[in-house]
Write a protein that binds this ligand. Structure first.
Ligand code: SF4
Length: 183
């Protein structure tokens, strides 16, 4: 079936990219979430969700149109403390960092964790302007983000590695034994 072919291709691609990461390298996106849950997320399982598949394909399409075809060479790294933050912004064009999201409905406000992720990408790239772009079946909605994360914020986010949002724990496989759970 075609859906199986698509998922296999996306899984293979994701696994190839992740092999490049060193132990002290922290993905920018992970700073917004629980490290344990984030690190244990199985990409194959994640891609069983059609929304994730559509969102990933949307990213691939945009990367082709805007010249970001080879993601691993677009990895940006910045050391801070004992860590190196690594990230692959969806698109950096002129002075703006763009972060693309796929959503089933247009959000009234940007999600706090999406803003945080984009602010870390702005910190990584040294850009002062960012734009969150939510693609939905009804509308494409954009939000401007104007402040890059500061060194102090990044260090602070590196210090606390557990869930910041209750919904993370609701869906977490470790919730029953975890002393840091928020539910
Ligand atoms: S229960 Fe919450 S804090 Fe604990 S590992 Fe899961 S997401 Fe993290």
């Amino acid at each position: 079936m075609f859906e199986k072919l698509v998922v296999e291709k996306l899984v293979e691609e994701a696994k190839n990219w992740d092999r490049e990461r060193q132990d002290n390298e922290i993905p920018a996106k992970m700073l917004a979430f629980c490290w344990k849950r984030y690190s244990s997320t199985d990409v194959e399982e994640l891609l069983q969700n059609p929304r994730v598949v559509i969102g990933t394909l949307l990213h691939r399409g945009l990367e082709k149109y805007f010249g970001y075809e080879d993601k691993p060479t677009s990895v940006i790294k910045k050391p801070i403390g004992e860590y190196v933050i690594v990230g692959m912004p969806d698109l950096v064009m002129d002075d703006v960092v763009y972060e693309f999201k796929y959503s089933t409905s247009p959000p009234k406000e940007p999600k706090e964790w999406d803003i945080k992720q984009l602010r870390v990408y702005m910190w990584l790239t040294g850009k002062q302007k960012g734009e969150l772009v939510y693609f939905t079946p009804l509308r494409i909605k954009t939000f401007e983000v104007s402040e890059p994360a500061t060194d102090e914020e990044v260090l602070d986010w590196l210090r606390y590695k557990w869930a910041k949002y209750r919904w993370e724990c609701v869906r977490c496989p470790f919730r029953h034994e975890c002393e840091h759970r928020l539910i």
